[in-house]
Structures are given as structure tokens and as C-alpha cells.
Design a protein around this ligand. Structure first.
Ligand code: BGC
Length: 820
């Protein structure tokens, strides 16, 4: 590994600073917190969309193209024949200085060339359907500079999927309008669309272009558009083909002079009867109103300050000071930031997810909200209701739904038998954080059908029932289409390469395929459900709840007994039984003798702890799954396709679900370690996949963004172990957060208060946490003078010792001292 570095953390500003534009992979950031979103790379590549990356794509982006990261918001500066961009791309003219600062929902890219500095601040103001691009041009030279500036955005024809395929239609539909310094994109507005987009600049322009071919030239590239190279806009008006938006502005700067230009990329929806101002002319009122709000430097600076305050408030809810910068910056900044992004985007749009294929996952969203619920509980609440509304009456679930319509996605359908349990997982986390039991009384439909509404509590009940009504021959949960591991397809049997494993007919009739991962997940979530029922019975004095708690306890006991009887392999938990009832993940198997998922969930569930099973399983993870970069999913990897197992064996050794380090599930084992009180082991697993701890490795080996977790790092059996892929949108974010905030640092929301139960490496001596919780604010100091791994010896709340380790909830400020 060489020592090349592309950037560093700036904790004070909560930024990652990239100093070389040629990062080993585009290092991106996300703009926007609700409704209007953008992806932006360190060279200003990326795109914007409204709510749904598939159905409301505003600007065009080319995935997997040559060169990499093609398409974005580009500013071209023609300085007396030298043409360059502040973000280096697309011209790639060598710069005298380059810097990209990715911050909390904003990115600032600065370039300098021949005495001119161009610095662009990109962000989406709160509650605004527009991306601001504040460009500051400064003449740092001793001469007068006469610059020819061209902006550039390329419109997507709204549906990102058909935009890439239906050219026989697309090349004829494009329409724009130009009014002053604003270019409007109104393709399909004449018919069923009630939305348009616009690109504005707050100054007079000296020209424009809206037709791509005219601007770029048919045989040119983004790197050398005709109009820019000649320094002459064409004032083109797009009719079909590929509409774009480019402003042309002549800027004269005296030595030392600086000038701001505010560009605005916006989106508007109009009511049906207010669509047009005149025949063929769109109603621009809402665009004008947004422009008016953001047309000066002062207004934009104020909007930016509001965004920064918004993040200050969010990140003030849970703050740790350990004195270890690497840990503190992940806990206080980047892990929480990534949780917000995964909550917003699920798995839809990143530089690895095209925004076309996948909506919001049922299980994914429930996990994501657990990482986010402390930040903005009302949004988590709404998400729970949206998710539950896509459930079927028997407790089964649509695997995904579209964020725009909030309807279940028929292409993928349902049948993933772990899905129902996650609804308990998400809902309980919400109630424990907020104390808001009223969510359980919300009337929520099945499959969005009006008239089918029952309480949310009823949804939880059918979720649990779905598991216990679908048990196999060993009384373990039937796996259905798949469990958490989408690629363990035990009822697919596909020899047809044109079939997708995820959507092909599920031949589960007569199947004996059972999942130990669901068994563990069920025990963990059903215990939560029992605790909830007991709490409800206590609150309401309604004996139905205590009966329900008893009923489910019987199911839990039966599941534990089934795992101990038929789910234990001697040194670890089995992974599954296949269609025919053969073991998967056993020492008897030829390959993939051990899997991580069942070790994680069955140890979290503490199944057989009294018989030493938990400790043995955790030791087996260390022995067989752990490697230099984390724990692999299975070991050894499959070396051939196995018809009975499906997609998991389709991947080459060491990648993705076939023995990759699937970071999402490492925390399951780490939490298992914490529950077992093994702090040193928990910490060493955790630090291996903690981005700031392995930042150097990211620069050249992992290659993806060093400030967030990626879904997968190639495992020990891979051709290139250590390569990272699928950054940003991964359940790893929420699970890393849960691991560190609740299990390692040990601050756990409970119904009646905050429980303090740290699990630490013996080297950890002291730390302080600021935690806002409902209407209270706690300052918690944990001291570990004897280097213990777990166990709280004494807790003092506001000067008084308390029994147990739960701080009873009461509003106001409290000081808590904990001794291990
Ligand atoms: C999916 C998850 C799934 C995981 C493992 C991810 O890409 O979003 O739902 O659990 O892969 O297959």
C-alpha cells in the first residue's frame, strides 16, 4: 500500500476535505433533507431529483460511463482562451489549487487558475425545492480579468428509466422556455405532468443555450463544448433531442475584486387548473417566488446559516467526548450523518444504486429509522406508518415501496419472511426513544386499501403471527423467498440466466427451507414485543395485553427449544435448512460451513447461553470469519454455483454475499459480544470497520469515501481482498450507530428512562456523553478505573446513588456519574 492521501477530516467544521480531485473513486455527498435531493461528487458530478430518484429525476447522470462520473453541474470559465472548471472536471485543466469540502448537507468546491479563484457552495435550503449554487469569483491577480462564464445542467426527461431507453419518443418530446435569466424545462408538461424545473441566475445574462448538440457539438465531449471553447453562446432553443440549461455571463473583475453569482436549480408543481399562464406558456409564479427568496448573497447566506443550525441541533442530541478523535468524529458527526442519509434514501440513489431499480425497502427502512429516530422522531413516526401501510393482512409484506406513491412495489412483491419482524424492531425503538405509545393506536391500512385499517398494534401482532404460522419441519421459521440475506434463495431453483433471483417464481410449495437467522431475529423482536405488551398492560390495566405477552412467551420458548435442538452445529449455529431439509452452514457442508447472520442473531437472542453456545459461537466467528478487514459473511466461500442456494453462490469468491465482509452484519456479532460482556472482542471487531480508524486503508485499498461505511469490503477469499464497494446506502450505518451508542458506550433508551450499560475495551478509562432524551438532558460521565469490560458498579444521579442502572425519566437537566 502506498501512502498517497486524497484528503483529511476537519472536525471543527464537520467536513471532509479532499485535496486531490483524482480520488480512487468519486467521493460523494448528499444535499437536501426532505423532498428535494441531490448527489454531488468531489468534482461536482451527480444529479438532483424530487422525492423519487426514478420518477422525478430532474437532471441527467450517466452511470458507469467513460470517463467515470459523467454529468453534473458544471461551471466553465474561459479566461482568455484557458478553459477550466473549479471542480477540475470535465475539462480537467490542471488547477493551481483544488479543494472540495463535503459537510453536513453541503459541499464547497474551490479551484484556482491563473490568478482567478472560483468557489462554489452547493446546498438545498431547508423546506425548499431547489439547489443553490453560490459561485464566488475572485480576481487574485494584478490584472483586470475578463472572464466568460458558462453554467451547465442537462435535463433528465423525468422518468430516469425511460430516459435511458425510449429514444424513439424522447428525442421528440423535449421542450423549454426562456425568460430573462431563467431557463425552464417543461417536457411533457403539455400533457399529464404538472411539474417543471428551472435553472436561474441572479444577474443579467449575455446569452444562453438549451440544446445540447448545439452547445457541445455532436462529436465533442463535456470537456470541450463548442460554445465554451469559442467563448460564444449560440442562444439555442431546444425542440426535442436533449434539452440542457446553460447561462452565458461576461464577468469583469478588477484586481482583488470578488463577485457572487447565485444559481438556482429548482422544481415546481402546479395545480391542474393553474398549470398555464397563457396557451403554451407555463405558470411561473411558484418559480418566481422561490427565486425571490434566494436572489441575493444575504438571503443565501442566511439560508445556509439556517441549515448549519439545523445540523448543530441534530448533532447536539447525542455527543460523546472520549478524547479519542477517531471515535468521537464518527459518533458525533459522520455516523449520525450517514444514518440521516440512509433514512432519506433507503437503497435508492448512490453512485452504486442507480435510483431506478429499488424503492424503499421494508426491512431496510425499519433498520434505518433506528439509526435516525433520536434525530427527528416525528419523521420516524411517519415512516413507520407508511411502511406498515404496505403490509398484507396476514402479516407478510411488500419488500419495497415507492417513496412518491408510498405503494408496495409489485415488481418485487413479497414473501421475504424476515420482513414482518423488522416492524417490531422499528416501532419499539421509536416508542422507547419518545415515550409516545399513541402511535400504537394509529389506524393503518393493509396494502394501502381504504377500509382495511386496524391499529398499528394489530400490525405488530400479525407480524409476529406471520412467523409462528410459517414454521417448518424443525419448528424453525420458513425462509420464504429469502431472509435478511436476499441472496440465499432456497426456493428459486433457477437455471435461466434471464431470470432475476429476486423476482422469479418462488417455488416454496412443499419446501422445508428454514432460517436460523429468522429464528434469532424472532426471539430478539418477540422479547421486545412481550416487554411492550407487559408495559401496555401496566399502563392500561387491560388483561388482553398480559394474555398476549404470555401467548408470545410460549412461542419464544418454543423457538429457543427448536434452535437448541435442531439449530446447533456443535461450535456454532447452523444457518438454514434447504428445500429438502439438508443443513446449510454446518461443518458437514463442503463449503460455507459457517455463516455470520445466525451467529449474530442467535447470540443477540442469547440462545443457549447457559449451555455455552453463545460463547462458542462468538469464538467461532473470531476463528473462521474474522480477517484483516472485518468478518466475512460465510466461510469458506462458495467456489461454484449451487442451484439449490441461488444468488449467494453466483458471486465470485469473497464478493458481496459470497464471503464478502458485508459490513451490515458485523455489528450483529459485535452486539452479541457486548451482550456477552466481552468488551475487548467487541471493540476489536468494531474498530476494524470504523472508517476513521482505517482511514489510510480507504485512500488506496477500500477506495470509497473514508467518512462513511460501505456495504461491502471484499473478503479474505477475494481476488482483491479489502476493496470497498457500495458506499453510503447501507444498513451498516444504523447498526454501527446502535452498536456504539447503545452497546459500547451503553446509553439505551428504555420505556421508563435511560439505561446505562457500557461494554468497553479494558483500555477505556473515562468518557462523557451529552444525551437529550425526550424533555430531559443528561450529562453522563462513565469511569472505568479498574479497566472492566462490562458491569455497572454504581450510578449516581444528581448526587444521589440509585438502584439498578436505569436513570428514571424526568424532564430537565441531570448529571449522572457511572462507575464500572
Ligand atoms: C439489501 C438488504 C439485504 C442485504 C443482504 C442489501 O443490499 O438492501 O435488504 O438485507 O443486501 O442481502
Amino acid at each position: 500500500m502506498d501512502n498517497k492521501r486524497y484528503g483529511h477530516f476537519d472536525d471543527q467544521h464537520r467536513e471532509y476535505v479532499i485535496t486531490d480531485p483524482k480520488t480512487p473513486w468519486p467521493w460523494i455527498n448528499y444535499l437536501g433533507n426532505e423532498d428535494f435531493f441531490s448527489l454531488i461528487s468531489n468534482t461536482a458530478g451527480g444529479y438532483s431529483f424530487y422525492k423519487d430518484a426514478k420518477f422525478r429525476r430532474i437532471t441527467r447522470y450517466r452511470y458507469n460511463n467513460v470517463p467515470m462520473d459523467n454529468g453534473g453541474r458544471y461551471f466553465y470559465i474561459n479566461d482568455n482562451g484557458t478553459v477550466w472548471n473549479p471542480g477540475w472536471k470535465p475539462c480537467k485543466t490542471p488547477l493551481d489549487f483544488y479543494e472540495c469540502r463535503h459537510g453536513m448537507s453541503y459541499t464547497r468546491i474551490t479551484g484556482r487558475k491563473n490568478g482567478v479563484e472560483a468557489s462554489v457552495l452547493f446546498f438545498v435550503p431547508l423546506k425548499t425545492w431547489a439547489e443553490v449554487q453560490k459561485l464566488t469569483l475572485t480576481n487574485q491577480s494584478k490584472e483586470v480579468k475578463k472572464l466568460k462564464l458558462f453554467s451547465f445542467e442537462e435535463w433528465c426527461l423525468w422518468n430516469a428509466a425511460t430516459d435511458m431507453e425510449n429514444f424513439q419518443r424522447n428525442f421528440s418530446t423535449g421542450e423549454v422556455e426562456i425568460e430573462g435569466s431563467t431557463i425552464y424545462h417543461k417536457t411533457e408538461y403539455r400533457e399529464r405532468r404538472n411539474h417543471y424545473a428551472y435553472y436561474h441566475v441572479n444577474t443579467e445574462i449575455q446569452g444562453y443555450d438549451t440544446d445540447r448538440e448545439t452547445f457541445v457539438g455532436l462529436y465533442n465531449e463535456f470537456a470541450n463544448p463548442d460554445a465554451v471553447m469559442e467563448g460564444k453562446p449560440r442562444n439555442s432553443h431546444a425542440h426535442g433531442w436533449s434539452p440542457i440549461a446553460s447561462h452565458y455571463i461576461e464577468v469583469e473583475l478588477q484586481p482583488g475584486e470578488s463577485r457572487d453569482l447565485i444559481f438556482l436549480l429548482g422544481y415546481v408543481e402546479n395545480e391542474q387548473d393553474k398549470k398555464f399562464a397563457a396557451p403554451q406558456v407555463i405558470n411561473k409564479d411558484k418559480a418566481h417566488a422561490t427565486i425571490e427568496k434566494l436572489n441575493t448573497t444575504e438571503k443565501v447566506d442566511k439560508a445556509f446559516a439556517e441549515l448549519c443550525q439545523y445540523w448543530d441541533a441534530l448533532l447536539n442530541i447525542y455527543k460523546v467526548h472520549t478524547g479519542n478523535d477517531k471515535l468521537d468524529r464518527m459518533v458525533n458527526i459522520w455516523n449520525q450523518y450517514q444514518c440521516m442519509v440512509t433514512f432519506n434514501f433507503s437503497r435508492s440513489a448512490s453512485f452504486f444504486e442507480s435510483g431506478v431499480g429499488r424503492g424503499m425497502g421494508f426491512r431496510d427502512s425499519n433498520q434505518d429509522l433506528v439509526g435516525f429516530v433520536h434525530q427527528i422522531p416525528p419523521r420516524a413516526r411517519q415512516r413507520i406508518i407508511d411502511i406498515a401501510s404496505t403490509q398484507f393482512p396476514d402479516g407478510g409484506c411488500y419488500h419495497q415501496y415507492q417513496p412518491l406513491t408510498k405503494r408496495g412495489n409489485n415488481d418485487i412483491g413479497g414473501g421475504f419472511n424476515d420482513d414482518p419482524c423488522w416492524l417490531i424492531f422499528g416501532t419499539v425503538a421509536y416508542i422507547k426513544e419518545t415515550g409516545d405509545f399513541s402511535i400504537l393506536d394509529e389506524m393503518v391500512p393493509f396494502d394501502n386499501q381504504p377500509g382495511s385499517e386496524v391499529t398499528l398494534f394489530e400490525h405488530l401482532k400479525v407480524s409476529m403471527d406471520h412467523v409462528i404460522k410459517n414454521l417448518g419441519p424443525h419448528m424453525l421459521p420458513l425462509i420464504g423467498r429469502a431472509d435478511w440475506n436476499d441472496c440465499l434463495n432456497l426456493n428459486c431453483f433457477s437455471w435461466d440466466p434471464n431470470e432475476s433471483f429476486q423476482t422469479t417464481e418462488n417455488k416454496s410449495e412443499g419446501s422445508k427451507a428454514e432460517s436460523l437467522m429468522i429464528a434469532g431475529l424472532f426471539v430478539v423482536t418477540a422479547k421486545e414485543y412481550v416487554e411492550l405488551c407487559k408495559k401496555l398492560s401496566e399502563n392500561s390495566k387491560n388483561s388482553e395485553y398480559s394474555e398476549e405477552a404470555k401467548r408470545m412467551q410460549v412461542a419464544i420458548d418454543a423457538m429457543i427449544a427448536a434452535v437448541k435442538k435442531d439449530g446447533w452445529d456443535g461450535e456454532w449455529y447452523l444457518r438454514a435448512y434447504d428445500f429438502f431439509g439438508n443443513k446449510i452452514g454446518s461443518h458437514e457442508c463442503e463449503e460455507a460451513k459457517i455463516f455470520i447472520e445466525s451467529q449474530g442473531w442467535c447470540t443477540m437472542a442469547q440462545i443457549g447461553a447457559e449451555d455455552g453456545m453463545v460463547a462458542k459461537a462468538l469464538d467461532s466467528c473470531k476463528k473462521y470469519l474474522e480477517c484483516e478487514h472485518g468478518m466475512v459473511l460465510n466461510n469458506p466461500a462458495f467456489t461454484k454455483y449451487i442451484y439449490e442456494y441461488g444468488e449467494i453462490s453466483s458471486y465470485p469468491e469473497g464478493y458481496k454475499e459470497n464471503a464478502g465482509i458485508f459490513c451490515h452484519n458485523n455489528p450483529w456479532v459485535i452486539i452479541g459480544e457486548c451482550i456477552a460482556g466481552r468488551g475487548n472482542d467487541a471493540w476489536s471487531h468494531y474498530a476494524k470497520i470504523l472508517p476513521s480508524y482505517v482511514e489510510e486503508k480507504y485512500q488506496t485499498l477500500h477506495k470509497v469515501e473514508p467518512y462513511v461505511n460501505c456495504q461491502m469490503v471484499a473478503g479474505k477469499d477475494a481476488a482483491k481482498p479489502g476493496e470497498g464497494k457500495n458506499s453510503w446506502l447501507t444498513g451498516t450505518a444504523a447498526w454501527m450507530w446502535l452498536t456504539v451508542s447503545q452497546y459500547i458506550l451503553g446509553v439505551k433508551p428504555q420505556y421508563d428512562g435511560l439505561q446505562i450499560d457500557p461494554c468497553l475495551p479494558t483500555t477505556a478509562k473515562e468518557y462523557t456523553i451529552q444525551r437529550k432524551f425526550r424533555d430531559a438532558e443528561y450529562t453522563i460521565t462513565v469511569k472505568n478505573p479498574d479497566g472492566k469490560e462490562s458491569g455497572v458498579k454504581q450510578m449516581i444521579v444528581d448526587g444521589k446513588p440509585i438502584d439498578g442502572n436505569i436513570i428514571p425519566y424526568s424532564a430537565g437537566k441531570h448529571a449522572v456519574e457511572v462507575t464500572m
